[in-house]
Design a protein around this ligand. Structure first.
Ligand SMILES: [Cu+2]
Length: 235
């Protein structure tokens, strides 16, 4: 083999090793990313049909490389399994009925503005079936997280189990949490209209719930699959 050919083989082999290393590192530390759970796949867009989306928020997650991070989960409409993701898909122009099981304890809001319900149908949300238009997290420890989607003006504070329940029996300790009396939780329900324009609509929790991070806004607060995600709207 000539010298240029040998150099060529060496360079190709070197690049192959580099590419393989990058792929392994990406797989290990970044992963494939959380899946997008599709709801209402049999529903035609822009008909105002009702699509039911079910989620939960937890004090931990047990299913990632950051088990101590607070997290949302999405329930698959097909397998009924809880999936560790914050990405979900809905048809455009539909009525979205949300149910969010709240297992996490309370954290005061930085700004009580995020305690107000906005952007839902009727500007109302329900905690255990009881309607409310705002939760005042300064008057009591009663807000765990929020479900906020600025693109459509949606904001709903998530209630939390009572302080007595947090003391005993204590918050759910294994996530995704199971909906049992031994795991104190609130059931948050609200409805909103999905936009008519397809696209990705960013949503986030507005409580600084990233414990151990500066101002509480790092870690789970800025990571897809935990406290921030996208609602994908399709035609
Ligand atoms: Cu949060």
């Amino acid at each position: 083999m000539s010298l240029p050919a040998r150099v060529g083989v060496l360079i190709v082999a070197f690049l192959a090793v580099v590419a393989l290393s990058v792929w392994v590192v990406a797989k290990l530390f970044i992963g494939d990313g959380p899946p997008t759970i599709a709801f209402g796949t049999t529903v035609a867009a822009d008909t105002g049909a009702t699509v039911h989306v079910i989620m939960q928020e937890d004090p931990q997650n047990d299913v990632s490389t950051h088990p101590d991070w607070v997290s949302y989960f999405v329930r698959s409409p097909t397998t009924h399994e809880w999936v560790h993701t914050t990405l979900f898909q809905v048809p455009a122009g539909s009525k979205i009925d949300m149910t969010i099981y709240g297992f996490d304890g309370c954290t005061p809001l930085r700004n009580n503005f995020w305690g107000e319900v906005t952007g839902t149908i009727g500007n109302v949300a329900y905690e255990n079936g009881k309607p409310f238009t705002a939760l005042n997290s300064y008057s009591g420890c009663n807000v765990a997280h929020t479900f906020s989607m600025p693109g459509i003006g949606l904001n709903v504070p998530m209630g939390s189990p009572t302080l007595a329940q947090i003391a005993k029996p204590g918050l759910c300790g294994t996530s995704p949490c199971t909906i049992t009396p031994g795991n104190p939780h609130v059931v948050m329900t609200f409805s909103f209209n999905s936009p008519k324009t397809p696209g990705e609509y960013f949503w986030q929790c507005r409580i600084p719930c990233g414990g151990g991070f500066i101002d509480g806004f790092g870690g789970p607060m800025q990571t897809i699959g935990f406290m921030t995600g996208n609602m994908v709207v399709v035609n």
